[in-house]
Structures are given as structure tokens and as C-alpha cells.
Design a protein around this ligand. Structure first.
Ligand code: HEM
Length: 497
């Protein structure tokens, strides 16, 4: 019987008799000098040195899988995005769930926010949802984002994670107190990515072609139920099974135990935004469910493991700027900054033609002849079609009425205001939702104590001056929060002594 095994060749297709022999020069049984004409050896070594691409500056470590998004409820009165219209409609999805701080290979269970990069391949191009596992964020001024992340990573001199620098940053950006409360709650150390919720955090717009629009926040809630490690369990797992989240997801999908999530929207009318208690463009704030209940929209299911991690997950590029007609940005400054940053990062990390990679390529037809050439173009590059706009030589059809974003992008910018130099200031109201969070976890026996212990494990190793300022910040939530953290620090200190 003829073998179906692949025939080994070099990368240019030339067959070779062995993958391990090399050409040597030397007599007397001494084999050592090697030849520049040995293409197999040289190509093998040269390719190996170039195997790595730059890792993501944040969210470098991740797990991922393929799946589908299915519409379960009709929301056509709010948006004409086709992937959201028609109960039962399914779109292919690529999901990448990451930790934020660690480099590639970092332990899965460390206390961190989880990132949620989700590409929905729709008939109108790619819709990306680049979300987090907490509903609020640590800063609301995008210029602080690089500093926030450096403070969570390695000290520039010692190259170690450093709780002093972490708390020093947060002490001086207390608008992030609500996000800190989430990070140090039980959900900061999830058991697996199957047991996570995800949130848009930002306010987006959902729009109709007639120009009407609503503000929206997206919630993706796990149907497996929330499950978390305690702080100490998570620390232990980081040593014993650093890749536990990847293994867990892979095995579940391999067994056919497909994890799923319920996708819901909170929807607000533009008039409501004008008088709402919280600034809807401030991503340190949620909209309480009592004010804006969750409206179910669809179901996300993961059902296929990547066939190759590098090709499908490492090369994936998600961006909040990938939006289909019917979906639009709001005036949230963080979102505006992100709409630049991700494509910029992808061009650096993957090259200018990253949209052509199989994991990123739209399933709908793409015709964008005014972006062509560049490193690693591997389509026909639009052949001889005009490469300048406004040609009669090859007519092009356009869709939609409103230019820039095909359909309506909503409106309301006149309400948002005028151009000014701006940095936000922290006021007492910034602590209000942290108080709500504290009271909420107080309803479950032991949660407040666990929270205080979790903070103490981290804050306890910061220098005294920084510790004192962090405790001062927590005392503005309620004095008892700081007191509980302080007494946990004292206990940990005496144990160590
Ligand atoms: C001004 C604020 C922010 C900036 C400038 C920023 C920038 C970045 C950059 C440069 C990357 C790496 C992208 C790559 O190399 O492909 C990244 C990854 C990511 N960010 Fe942000 N980010 C910001 C805020 C946020 C927020 C608020 C969220 C969630 C609500 C978020 C979620 C994510 C996720 C999920 C990833 C990983 C995407 C993936 O899996 O490839 N980021 N961010």
C-alpha cells in the first residue's frame, strides 16, 4: 500500500533524504567543519532564531478557541447590525482569553483581570468585542494606561513584580477604587475561563440606518456558573499547574462539553444619558442593573480547539475599532484611544497586512484596493485594479448612505461638548460604587474578610509610606475596609516573624 505520510521537503519544496544529516568536512573520522552550502542546516537554524514574534505588551498570555454566536432574542428595534438580526442566526467566533500583566507563559491563576478578545465573523465584516472580566476599569484617562500597566509589571531596576509600585500608582489614581475592589474580590482568581463573565466596560452605540441610536453596555455571563480559587489556592495552582486554564478549556472542548455564555445588553436612550446619575463615558462606573436591566440577546458557544496555537491565537488581532454597520463608538475617551492603539499594535506585532492572516480574515467579501502592498501581502493584491480613489476605469459600488461608517453612527456629540484640554479629577462620588460593591459582597458570609485578606497578601509587602496611603484610600470607601486590611496585614506580619 502506498504511504499517505507527507514527503519531507525544505520550505521551498525541494525533497531531502533526511531531516537530521548535515554536510561536514574533515578526514580521519573527525567530523566538525560545516559548510555554507548546507542549505538545510542553515535554513533550519536561521528560521529557529526568528520563531518568536513580539508578544503583546499587555495580555501576552492566553488561551483560545473557536465557536459561534447565535441570536436568541429579537433586538431589531435597536440596531440593524445583521449579526444581531434574525433569531437563530449564527456567526463564527474566535475567542482569546488572557491574563493582563504576565508575559507569555505566565501562570494562569494569578490575581489579575482577564481579557476577552472576541472576533465575530459577520456577513458585514468583522465585529470585535475586546472586553474584560470586570465591568469597570482602573483609569478613565487613556494617557494613564501605559503607566497603569508598567506599575503592574516589573520594576525597572529589580525586574521583579513590585507591590510598592503597584499601590503607589493606584494611590494616586483613586478613580480606580471600584476596579480594585473587583480585582481583589474572589473573581480576581478564576478557576477556569469557562467560569468567567466578561463586560464591555465602555459604553458603545447601537444604531439604525434612519439615524436613531441607543447607548449600550454588553454583558457576557457564563452558563457554567462563576467559580473561583481562593487566594491561597490560586497561588498554589500557579506553581503546580501554571497552564491549568488552557488545559481545562482544551479538555472540555475535546470532550464535547462545549462551554457557553449568555450575551445581554443594557440599553439606554440618549435622553436618559443626559440626566443619568453617572457619566456614561466614564468607564470607572457601571450602570446598576436596577436602573438598566439585562436584556438577553444571544448565546456564545465554544466548540472547536485551535488546530495550531500560534496560527490561530498568537496571530489573532482584535480591535475595538472593528465595528459593523449598526454598531458604533461612544465618546468614551478610553474607547477613542483604544480604537487607535490596537491596529497600531497589530501592525507592529504582525505586520501591516495582518488582516490577511487566516485567523483574522473576514468571511465576508473584502475589497479594499486603496490599502495594498506592504510586507507579506499574500492575496492577489487586487491585480491591476486602480490603486487610487475616483477612477472610471473600474467602477466600485458603495453600501449605505452616511459615508464614514456605512450607516448611522448615532449622534449626540453636540451634547458631549467642545474641544478642551482635560484630565479628570477624583471626587467623593468616585468612591460610591466601591461602597456599593463592599455592601454587595457583605451579603455573602466571609466575602468581606476574604477581600481584606487578599489585599493584605499584596499590600503587606509594599513600603510603609505606600501602605499608609493605600489604607487611607480604602478608608474613604468605609473606615472598616481599611481596618480589616490593616489587621490582616498585622496577622500576616506576625506569622512571618
Ligand atoms: C486606553 C486604554 C487602553 C489601551 C491603550 C490598550 C492597549 C492595548 C494594547 C496595545 C494591547 C495589545 C494588542 C496587541 O498586541 O494585539 C491590548 C490588549 C488587550 N486589551 Fe487593551 N488597552 C486599553 C484598555 C483596555 C480596556 C478598557 C479593555 C477592556 C474593556 C482592554 C482589553 C484588552 C484585551 C482583551 C486585550 C487582549 C486582546 C487579545 O486577546 O489579543 N484594554 N490593549
Amino acid at each position: 500500500m502506498e504511504s499517505t505520510a507527507p514527503v519531507y521537503t525544505l520550505a521551498e519544496g525541494v525533497p531531502y533524504a533526511s531531516a537530521t544529516t548535515a554536510q561536514h568536512f574533515g578526514g580521519n573520522n573527525i567530523k566538525g567543519l560545516m559548510l555554507l552550502q548546507d542549505t538545510q542546516l542553515i535554513e533550519t537554524l536561521a528560521h529557529f532564531s526568528r520563531e518568536r514574534i513580539p508578544e503583546r505588551v499587555v495580555h501576552a498570555a492566553a488561551v483560545g478557541a473557536w465557536g459561534e454566536f447565535e441570536v436568541t432574542h429579537d433586538i431589531s428595534e435597536f440596531t440593524d447590525a445583521k449579526f444581531l438580526n434574525g433569531i437563530g442566526k449564527k456567526s463564527k467566533v474566535l475567542l482569546r482569553v488572557s491574563t493582563v500583566g504576565p508575559e507569555r507563559g505566565g501562570a494562569d491563576t494569578i490575581r489579575d483581570v482577564r481579557g476577552w478578545g472576541m472576533k465575530i465573523f459577520t456577513e458585514e465584516g468583522n465585529q470585535d468585542w475586546v472586553f474584560n472580566s470586570i465591568p469597570v476599569f482602573f483609569v478613565r484617562d487613556p494617557i494613564k494606561f501605559p503607566s497603569l500597566n508598567r506599575s503592574h509589571k516589573r520594576h525597572p531596576a529589580t525586574n521583579q513584580g513590585d507591590s510598592t509600585m503597584f499601590w503607589d500608582f493606584h494611590n494616586n489614581s483613586p478613580e480606580g477604587i471600584h476596579a480594585l475592589m473587583h480585582l481583589f474580590g474572589e473573581r480576581g482568581t478564576p478557576k477556569s475561563v469557562r467560569h468567567l463573565h466578561a463586560f464591555s466596560g465602555h459604553t458603545y452605540k447601537i444604531t439604525k440606518e434612519d439615524g436613531t441610536f441607543h447607548y449600550v453596555k454588553v454583558h457576557i455571563r457564563t452558563n457554567q456558573g462563576i467559580q473561583n480559587f481562593t487566594n491561597d489556592e490560586a497561588v498554589k495552582m500557579a506553581g503546580e499547574a501554571p497552564g491549568i486554564h488552557g488545559a481545562d478549556l482544551w479538555e472540555a472542548i475535546e470532550k464535547g462539553d462545549f462551554p457557553s455564555w449568555t450575551v445581554s445588553f443594557q440599553i439606554m436612550k440618549p435622553e436618559q444619558a443626559e440626566s443619568y446619575r453617572w457619566n456614561i463615558f466614564d468607564m470607572t462606573k457601571i450602570w446598576p442593573h436596577a436602573d438598566f436591566p439585562l436584556i438577553p440577546v444571544g448565546k456564545l458557544t465554544l466548540n472547536r480547539n485551535p488546530s495550531n496555537y500560534f496560527a490561530d491565537i498568537e496571530q489573532a488581532a482584535f480591535s475595538p475599532s472593528n465595528m459593523v454597520p449598526g454598531w458604533a463608538p461612544s465618546a468614551d475617551p478610553m474607547l477613542q484611544a483604544r480604537m487607535f492603539a490596537y491596529n497600531d499594535a497589530a501592525r507592529y506585532r504582525l505586520g501591516v497586512n495582518y488582516q490577511q492572516l487566516p485567523c483574522n480574515r473576514a468571511v465576508s467579501r473584502v475589497y479594499c484596493p486603496f490599502q495594498r502592498d506592504g510586507k507579506m501581502t499574500f492575496t492577489d493584491n487586487y491585480g491591476g485594479d486602480p490603486n487610487y480613489v475616483g477612477s472610471d476605469l473600474k467602477p466600485i459600488q458603495y453600501t449605505g448612505k452616511v459615508g464614514a461608517h456605512a450607516y448611522a453612527i448615532g449622534g449626540h456629540e453636540e451634547w458631549v461638548g467642545r474641544v478642551v484640554g482635560f484630565t479628570s479629577e477624583v471626587v467623593d462620588d468616585d468612591f460610591e460604587q466601591a461602597r456599593m460593591f463592599w455592601n454587595m459582597i457583605g451579603k455573602e458570609e466571609g466575602q468581606q474578610d476574604k477581600f481584606a485578606y487578599n489585599v493584605a497578601c499584596h499590600l503587606g509587602s509594599a513600603i510603609p509610606q505606600v501602605q499608609a496611603k493605600a489604607l487611607d484610600m480604602f478608608s474613604k470607601v468605609y473606615p472598616v475596609v481599611a481596618e480589616k486590611i490593616q489587621s490582616n496585614i498585622n496577622v500576616l506580619k506576625s506569622k512571618k516573624a
